[in-house]
Design a protein around this ligand. Structure first.
Ligand code: NAG
Ligand code: NAG
Ligand code: NAG
Ligand code: NAG
Ligand code: NAG
Ligand code: NAG
Length: 665
């Protein structure tokens, strides 16, 4: 399958993308940078200050993909229609691995994969400026899961390069697009401040990071280690989609899984030889995207050879692509035709099937297996699908199916303004004072999955295949500490007549249903809608109206059960997702940060961004975000660094030391 999610290189690529000829000089400049940073550091988090202009007001705003308003037709009610009443009999206690339960899954299962080029826009300009809506959106998940996992990487990671400083102490800036790369993502340039930025975010919300292997340089002898914010680095991804390296002309056409394994080995050997490398076992690979099967990499002996260095095994995959309209490559996929393929259980089962052998192999090797980058379609997703309520049902089912298939985590990819599938989008620079953020429907999928699995780290999930395995009404049960705790019920059908609403009867074998259960519904009028999406009665708001906090009163439905008959009858509208809590849910706390929180009371009708400030107080209210639209932002001085770096292995080592020192390990 065509998947032009771009790739890049490993060690050799770094030679062409780094510009330092003299490492000694480099370390000197970095050292100066550290001193400067420490002296001027403060954690002030700025909200967006509105200029009295409401969200509907700017007529000049472009309608980028992230705000696309295509609404597709929901597919017709299937014929034959599924039964509208069925019984699910659940074992009260289930600990047997042979019964089909997954391995234990954490609430952090669904995380986000953030394209490097959009970090400035989404995270903040520098380590002193952190985006409040982002913190709120991440905090919502942290409250439910205990933490949030975020991967920094994607197309841009292999084209990123380091410079000692950028104007305004920016953590990241960007350069021209790479013409070998069909997604035309701009190359990014970054400073050490990127790692401080990540570290500072982790000090406010419990975010754990996966870092794409991109070249970085820092001084191992700096005092950074002592300032580290703890154990926030989950792992380092070595190579992004190496199976596409040759297609993207980053390697010659004979580049093979064995070549990848050898390059991985070069890094492992260099790391092992370096006494300064604090951790030598947090690498992640192979992140193949489907052009090579994972088995092709396993067959090189990859896992056994590098088992001591590998913290997880990874793949990346998109179910299909939407490259034709933008790049004229591949075949045209009509979104209206594709829509129905997302709106049934077959999609998620088929997406996971090719990986079942690998998740078993990973379990045998004692390694987590991760879907490192995914979303509804590569090249930005589909208008009308990726950002619809139906798209959110699909992403939730896909996540639960991956968990049932023994994946340990999955990252929903986040791009810039020009993609349809973003879980969240920050406004572009030139309208950031008028508009708030936009949340895509799949953000709710990630949030709900955090509630599905919860905080105990013991949740095991099973696909129930009830209702005669009907593909429009999938259901899962979740066991916690071995006891049945929650039931997840989908209804993929859109039917305003109500004739396709169903009632699931839950019954417990080896026990009795509780006297009542709590149900949270994920609702919208139709699978096509992008607005009026609610989870337990609350919404984050419509496009450009999101500050990351839920609006409205929470509505958790209590349903009385019949303990005599051992039944709970759960109605599920068409369309909807329902999460049934058989045991009382832990309270979800409201968003709080460790620093003092102020609400910006100016113009609360349109913006109520929280403004966090440390004892350093608020200052510097004017700020700007970098644009993420592809294009050029050439800077002769910076480009001067972009040549002829020799010593790729040194760079690799420096990267790992650098991020470990900044993020802790
Ligand atoms: C913002 O920038 C985009 C792209 O450069 C441009 O098309 C648009 O008109 C600008 N909008 C405003 C309000 O200046
Ligand atoms: C961070 O960026 C803002 C502008 O985006 C700038 O005003 C501020 O000085 C920068 N912070 C530091 C510590 O340089
Ligand atoms: C934020 O980043 C600066 C570096 O710019 C660092 O000195 C400071 O300690 C960080 N603050 C927190 C709370 O991590
Ligand atoms: C699973 O993968 C291993 C390693 O590549 C391979 O030897 C085996 O044949 C595969 N099994 C199946 C059922 O595909
Ligand atoms: C997941 O792993 C468990 C434990 O090894 C196994 O019993 C189960 O069959 C696996 N599930 C799938 C769908 O392969
Ligand atoms: C769950 O696992 C995380 C680490 O992945 C750990 O920090 C957390 O304390 C664990 N929670 C429980 C309840 O054991």
């Amino acid at each position: 399958m065509l998947n032009p999610h771009a790739a890049g290189g490993l060690l050799k690529t770094w030679q062409s993308i780094l510009g330092y000829r003299n490492p000694t000089m480099l370390l000197f400049s970095l050292w100066s940078l550290f001193i400067l940073d420490v002296a001027t550091a403060s954690v002030t988090v700025y909200g967006q200050i509105p200029l009295g202009i409401t969200s509907a007001a700017s007529p000049t705003a472009t309608v980028a993909a992230a705000y696309n308003d295509t609404v597709l037709q929901p597919p017709p009610v299937p014929d034959p229609a599924p039964a509208t009443s069925f019984t699910l009999t659940l074992q009260s206690v289930n600990t047997s691995v042979s019964s089909g339960l997954s391995i234990p899954i954490k609430g952090t299962f669904y995380g986000f994969s953030v394209e490097m080029s959009v970090i400035t826009q989404l995270f903040g300009t520098n380590s002193s400026f952190v985006q409040v809506p982002l913190l709120n959106l991440l905090a919502n998940i942290q409250e439910r899961a205990g933490a949030v996992h975020v991967r920094i990487g994607g197309n841009t990671q292999e084209f990123a390069y380091y410079v000692p400083t950028l104007p305004e102490n920016r953590a990241i800036s960007k350069e021209k697009a790479d013409t070998n790369n069909p997604t035309q993502t701009p190359a990014v340039i970054y400073t050490m401040d990127l790692f401080y930025l990540l570290s500072n975010i982790s000090s406010l919300v419990n975010v754990k990071w996966y870092i794409g292997k991109f070249p970085a340089l820092c001084s191992p002898s700096s005092s950074l280690a002592r300032q580290s914010s703890g154990d926030n680095l989950l792992g380092v991804q070595v190579g992004n989609e190496p199976d596409l390296y040759s297609a993207h002309q980053h390697r010659n056409s004979s580049y093979s899984p064995q070549n990848y394994a050898n390059e991985f080995g070069e890094l492992v050997a260099a790391l092992a030889a370096d006494v300064n490398a604090p951790v030598k076992s947090n690498l992640i690979g192979p992140s193949v995207s489907g052009t090579w099967t994972p088995e092709m990499v396993w067959d090189t002996g990859f896992i056994s050879q590098y088992t001591d260095s590998l913290t997880a095994l990874s793949v990346e995959h998109y179910p299909t692509d939407n490259c034709f309209p933008i790049y004229g490559i591949g075949v045209f996929h009509d979104p209206q035709t594709e829509f129905s393929d997302y709106l049934n259980h077959t999609s998620s089962v088929a997406l996971c099937a090719p990986y079942l052998n690998s998740t078993a192999i990973a379990q045998a090797a004692g390694k987590p297996f991760l879907m490192f980058e995914t979303n509804s379609a590569s090249c930005g997703g589909f208008p009308g699908i990726s950002d619809s309520f139906g798209g959110a049902l699909w992403a939730l089912d896909y996540g639960l199916q991956m968990a049932y298939s023994n994946f340990s985590g999955a990252m929903l990819h986040v791009g810039g303004q020009n993609v349809f599938y973003n879980p969240f989008t920050a406004p572009p620079t030139n309208v950031s004072k008028y508009y708030e953020w936009t949340v895509g429907a799949v953000y709710y999928s990630a949030l709900i999955s955090a509630e599905v699995f919860g905080k105990t780290n013991t949740s095991q999930i099973i696909d129930l295949h009830g209702n005669d395995g009907n593909i429009y009404t999938p259901q899962y049960a979740i066991y916690e500490n071995g006891a049945v705790a929650r039931v997840a019920l989908f209804n993929y059908i859109t039917d305003p007549t109500g004739a396709s609403n169903y009632t699931a009867t839950i019954s417990i074998a080896g026990g009795t249903v509780p006297s009542s259960v709590q149900v949270k519904y994920f609702l919208s009028d139709s699978v096509s809608t992008k607005n009026n999406i609610t989870w337990a009665g609350q919404t984050l708001g419509t496009a450009r109206n999101v500050d990351g906090r839920f609006k409205g009163d929470m509505n958790v439905v209590t349903i009385a059960c019949n303990t005599g008959a051992n039944t709970c009858l759960i109605p599920v509208p068409a369309p909807a997702f329902a999460l049934v809590f058989l045991t009382p849910e832990e309270d979800i706390a409201t968003v709080t940060f460790s620093t003092s929180v102020y609400t910006n009371t100016a113009n609360t009708a349109t913006v109520a961004a929280s403004v966090l400030a440390t004892s350093n107080g608020m200052s510097g209210k004017d700020w700007e975000l970098g644009s993420t639209s592809p294009g050029s932002n050439k800077n002769g001085v910076l480009r001067g660094y972009h040549a002829n770096f020799a010593g790729a292995v040194v760079t690799a080592l420096a990267l790992i030391i650098c991020i470990e020192l900044a993020l802790g390990q």
